[in-house]
Each structure stands twice: as C-alpha cells, then as structure tokens.
Design a binder for this molecule. Structure first.
Ligand code: IVH
Length: 690
C-alpha cells in the first residue's frame, strides 16, 4: 500500500506559522543583535514551542529558514569545498604602530589617485579589526543558503550547518533585499562567553578553549553541528562578496554597513567615518583605550576608503586591496619563561597555582604573574617550571597561561604536582590541604586559623544564621582586619568601644552598640556555633543535625568518620570534611579560645539518639523471609551497626537467609554468631545483646 500523501496544512495554520517565524526572528534580533529583549524568556519559549509543534504536525510547512532549524542535521564526514564567487582578500598590515601609519596610508593613496596638495581630503571609514574567523554568507532572495570559510581566499569550506547555529545571524534578511547578496564578516566568541564556557568546562574537569579565536574557529570547523550549537558564537559584518540586482545600493563603505545592520546583521558600534587621516588617527587612539572593555578580542583597527567608487578605482595588488589597511595593536598573547609556580590561598581556602613569569609586555601591560586555575588544568596543559609558556592577557581579566612551547622545554622539567610542591600543607597557615574526589580544587582545611581566610571566617562567624553579631558586616571586617585590630576570630571578644570609636566613620554610639552586640552574641546555641565555624559542607541544617545527634561539642570533636556518618544526611564527603577540620590543631586552639572568651549555650534538650549496635559489623547472606537486603542494611545502620560484604574475625553477626552461600561456611569456620531474620529483628527492637 502506498503511504498516505502527507496532508497539506490548512491556510490558517500556514498563516500562524509564518507569523510565529517573523515574530521569533524579530525577538532573536532584539535579543542577540540589539541586546534589548522584547519579551520575557518564558513567553518566547512558549512561542518557540508552538512553532516547533506546528512544524512537527505539518511537515509540508517545514523550512530551512525557520528559527527552529538553527540546529539541524547530523555530523558530516567532512566539509565540501566551495569556490568563492569573488575571492576573499586579506589586508595589508601597517608595521608602524604610531599614528604615522594612518598618515602614510593617506599620502600613498593621494599619490596613487594623482591628487595634489590642494585637492580635498579623502573620505575614510575606520573599523575594528576583529580577531576571529572570516566567513562569507550567501543569501538568495533574502534566505541564507551558504556559509563558507575563507580558506585560501579562492576556495573555502562549506560550513553552512554550523554557521546557522550562530544566534545573532539572520537566517532571513529583513526588508527589501537584493536577489543575491554575500555578506562577509567575522565569527567571534565574545570574551564573557569564552570565560563562562571555560569556567563550566573547568568545573567539570574538561578541556578548556585556548582563546576566543580558537574557540570560534574550532567551533565553526566542528563536523557535528550540535557541538557548534553549544558554543556561544557571534557574527559581525564588515564587508561583502557577490551582489546582484541591488536597486539603490549604497555608495560608501559606512552606508553599506548601515544597510547590513538594517537587514538584521550585527555591525560593531565602534566605527568612524569622515574626511582625512586624522579621523583614522583619532579612532586608533580611542579604540586602544577602549580595547579592554570591548566585548570581544580585536587585534587592531582597519582603515578603508569610504567611497566604493574610489575603492574600485584603487583595486587590489597581491591579493590585498589598495584601499584598505590594518593597523595593529600590541599582541594579547606573548611567550615568556615560567620561573616558578606559587600557590595562592583564596578567602574560602581554595588553592590556586599562580605562574611567576619573566616580565613580558602583553595586552598593553607588563605581566609577571598568570593564573593556572587549578592543578588539573596545569597538568592538561602540561605546564612545567622552566618552560617557555604563552601568556594571554585580554580585557581586564587576570592573565592566564594558554599553552607551552613544547620544543623549548629544558631537560629535566617535571610535571606539576601541587601536593608535592606544598608538601601537603597550606602555604599560609601550614594546615593540611585536601581535595575531594569530585572536586577540581585543593583547599586549606585551617578555616578558623588561616590568615588568608580570616575575613571570610569572621564574616561567616558573625553572620545572622551563625553568631548573629549585628553591625559586624564586610566593610567593618575589612577595616578591622586591615587595621590590625582583628587577627583571629577570638579577637572579636577583645574589642573595646574606645578602640572602635577611633575608626573612621564610626560614631561613639555605634561603637558601644557593636560591643554590646558582641557581648549578647556570647549566649548562643550549639547548632549556631557549629554552623559559625564555617566547616565546608556544614550548612545550617547539617549543623542542627550535628548538634541534635551529639548533644554537646566534645563528642563531636571526638567523633571518628564512622560516627559522623551516622548523623542523618551526613555522607562520606561531609564526614571527612568535618573530621579533617577538627583534626587541625590550629582549628582546635581557636575553638578553645572562643570558649574561653565566654561563648556558651544551653544543653541540647533531646538526648542523643540510641546507637545500640554501634561498632557491630554484620554480614548478610541468603534471602531473608520478609526483609529485602537494602531494608535490612538500613535498619542495621540506623541502629549504629555496619554491614560488610565479607566475613572476617571482625564480623560480630552473620544474618542467614534461604540459600545462604559460602559466607555461611566461613562464619561457621570462624565461629561467628549466626542470626536468622527473627533474631535480627529482636536484636534491633531491644537494642542490645541477642
Ligand atoms: S576587510 C577587503 N574589515 O582581517 C579586505 N577585514 O587580513 C577584506 N578582519 O581575514 C577584509 N576585521 O578576517 C576587513 N573590519 C574588518 C576586519 C577584517 C577583521 C580580518 C578578516 C581578514 C583579515 C584581513
């Protein structure tokens, strides 16, 4: 039987689909190009979902220009070659980085055009020189049909699928458009997007992108468009290729870019046009000052003759247009030598390896330090002391090491090992350093004592949910620590009103009030005090559980991992964190000092929960008549017992069910006491000897 012909969508559905596509394209443009969203995300999502649904229900309405089709298709075996209708040229680069560069350019052009001294000034346009990947986009009847890389200028690669995933690029042009239009420009990854992307990768322990340019180029050259779609890219228009049938085509460079903006393209706001080379000189100076604040990387500015007629007359030489010039800025990446690796301790105890570098001028400043982020990343990049490394500094962010020049590695350089470098202890306070299984960062465990964590510890300690010292906020903590009045937590209780009143912006009355608040806070609860210590993973709820479970501070201090894990919601990670914290001699000293200063609380009312089977190890074998294996385990653990997988001399009881196996033999061999389910239940109920 032939398949049923796919039904044709009714006119009103087709109408609705058209309207949705237009609206969504308009919202995308407002959101991605103009940075001015027109409606809340949820409303947008609803319209998008409606369109997706209609297209699913009515296959005849599907179309490549639909905003739902930005991510479609599957991985390609390779890219097809595309011959450019007009070659993609490069630009001559001015090596003179002084303002002279622009003036010499003007002189050359005037000479070439046979203009004498009295002839009027030439009109120019100045633009940013984007540091990304050049792309040519072909639109036929206003619809994107092809996206191609530059390649060798004559032939590039068909990257249409990936280019479609760029959210700020129109799939259909707006307004009345020529039948054929090729718009050229640069695909970039904005710096904020690049940093966010790398941050996410780092948190997951995955490889990061080297720089935004590689990020853009690598994403566009992904054979799987779904990967490209996950990379946050943007396109900026600055030129064009083939154009056919454009009635009323503008006759200047700047008006062309304005026309592209009106069609829906992003065009950089940073442009200038006017008469004579001084416009260019000023632009060069202005953009140099703004460079760090631009949302994307640039490596210079580009000067262009504004009149298209003059551009045609001047033509190209050696694949470079005579009418354009690139004027570069100092590079944002340079190589230098890695002299040493230090480790910084952040205010939350996080350890960050920092590279000490032979001073190098990069991104407009002299750089001597660069972050390595964390141990894994330093290892992935295989950064070793003595290496020649590539340093990147772009925007107002901390310089970072992006890679190593492998062939310049000195003999004997060893892989980076943070723990070995620090001999296992915090470089600031000497406490033990630790790294949890799922985490990328090493941390100092001396939270109460470590000078690097002092401000954070004080703020947390004084917080509303902790000791609740009203008036001790971050500005005052800064003042007190920086002024040397607070060196450690217990110093809070030595503060006197006269001292505080000496501080700038501190009235006598507020000083007295603060001292009173500190005194009042001495009477607290055990839960608040535990929470106030700022133990990693111990939030307010866990602190309450710990207080309830242990009833007093000393048993908590003495608890081993096993005991800690018996507290509700405390798993191995939290237990380890608590245990390591209290194992630090310095933390304990601070604790004693706080108690000596008068911190106290009422006895916790509820007695600690019974743990009758504490220290008893059980082994389960065979099938029990009513209890499932997990149930049995949970009941035993709730009573403080432990369940192990194999029988040894340490086993206290073996619980035997039907079809018990070799564990039963082993138990008999060792003379371990045997229980059936009934006996186990009795034991649990009476909480003692069987
Ligand atoms: S115009 C007619 N304008 O610089 C000359 N190029 O070597 C064609 N670039 O690969 C280019 N910003 O990727 C032009 N505002 C700009 C540019 C720009 C960056 C890149 C382009 C090309 C290289 C030129």
């Amino acid at each position: 039987m032939p398949p049923p012909p796919s039904p044709q969508a009714p006119a009103d559905v087709a109408q609705r689909v058209r309207a949705l596509r237009e609206d969504i394209a308009r919202y995308d443009h407002a959101y991605y190009v103009l940075d001015a969203p027109l409606l809340p995300d949820a409303d947008y999502d609803a319209l998008y979902a409606e369109l997706q649904r209609l297209e699913q229900d009515w296959p005849d309405l599907r179309s490549a220009e639909s905003p739902t089709q930005r991510v479609g298709g599957s991985a390609l075996p390779g890219f097809a070659a595309v011959r450019h209708a007009l070659p993609m040229l490069s630009i001559r680069t001015e090596t003179d980085t002084t303002p002279q560069g622009a003036r010499a350019f003007d002189q050359r052009l005037r000479h070439r055009l046979g203009l004498d001294e009295d002839a009027p000034a030439l009109q120019y346009q100045a633009e940013l020189k984007f540091d990304g990947l050049a792309i040519s986009l072909r639109y036929e009847q206003g619809v994107l049909v092809l996206g191609a890389t530059r390649g060798d200028g004559e032939t590039g690669e068909d990257v249409t699928q990936n280019v479609r995933t760029i959210r700020n690029l129109p799939l259909r042009l707006r307004g009345s458009v020529p039948p054929v239009l090729e718009v050229r420009g640069e695909v970039v990854m904005r710096r904020a997007d690049f940093l966010r992307y790398n941050e996410q990768q780092r948190a997951r322990g995955l490889a990061t992108l080297v720089n935004p340019r590689n990020g853009a180029a690598g994403s566009i050259r992904q054979l799987d468009p779904r990967i490209a779609a996950q990379r946050p890219l943007a396109f900026y228009a600055y030129g064009w290729g083939e154009i056919a049938g454009w009635q009323g085509q503008p006759d200047t460079q700047h008006a062309m870019l304005d026309a592209f903006a009106a069609m829906g393209f992003a065009v950089a706001a940073q442009r200038a046009h006017g008469a004579g080379p001084e416009v260019l000189v000023d632009f060069h100076a202005r953009i140099l000052g703004e460079r760090d604040r631009l949302p994307f990387d640039i490596d210079g500015v580009v000067y262009k003759v504004d009149s298209l007629e003059l551009q045609r007359r001047l033509g190209a030489r050696n694949r470079e247009p005579v009418w354009a010039l690139a004027h570069k800025y100092p590079p944002q990446e340079r190589s230098t030598r890695l002299l040493a690796i230090d480790v910084q301790v952040g205010r939350t105890g996080k350890l960050t390896p920092v590279a000490r570098l032979e001073p190098v001028f990069v991104g407009g400043v002299t750089v001597t330090n660069a972050t390595l982020h964390n141990e894994d990343e330093a290892r992935r990049k295989d950064v070793r002391i003595g290496d020649t490394v590539i340093v990147r500094r772009a925007g107002d962010v901390i310089p970072e090491i992006v890679g190593v020049v492998a062939e310049r590695r000195p003999p004997g350089a060893v892989p980076f090992d943070l723990q070995a470098l620090l001999h296992g202890s915090c470089p600031v306070c000497g406490s033990q350093i630790e790294r949890e299984a799922e985490e990328v960062d090493w941390r100092c465990s001396g939270g109460l004592y470590c000078a690097a964590q002092r401000k954070q510890a004080l703020l947390h300690y004084a917080g509303r949910l902790a000791m609740d010292i009203e008036g001790l906020g971050d500005k005052l903590v800064d003042q007190l620590v920086d002024g040397g009045l607070l060196r450690a937590l217990p110093d809070i209780y030595a503060l006197r009103a006269e001292q505080l009143a000496q501080l700038p912006r501190m009235a006598e009355k507020s000083a007295a009030k603060l001292v009173q608040a500190i005194r009042d806070s001495l009477h607290t609860t055990l839960a608040r005090f535990i929470y106030a210590l700022g133990i990693r993973h111990v939030g307010e709820a866990t602190a309450k559980d710990l207080a309830r479970h242990f009833g007093a501070l000393q048993p908590l201090l003495d608890a081993d991992l096993l005991r800690l894990e018996q507290v509700p919601d405390v798993g191995p990670v939290v237990a380890r964190s608590i245990h390591t914290f209290f194992a630090q001699e310095h933390n304990r000293e601070v604790l004693q000092q706080l108690l000596a200063a008068g911190v106290h609380w009422d006895e916790v009312a509820a007695p600690p929960r019974e743990q009758p089977l504490l220290g008893c190890t059980f082994v389960l074998t065979g099938t029990l008549p009513t209890l499932g294996r997990e149930q049995a385990r949970a009941r035993i653990e709730a009573a403080g017992g432990k369940v192990s997988g194999s029988v040894s001399r340490k086993t206290r009881y073996v619980v035997v069910g039907a079809e018990a196996g070799s564990k039963l033999d082993r138990a008999r061999e060792l003379g371990v006491e045997l229980l059936d389910e009934e006996a186990l239940l009795r034991l649990l109920a009476q909480g003692g000897e069987a």
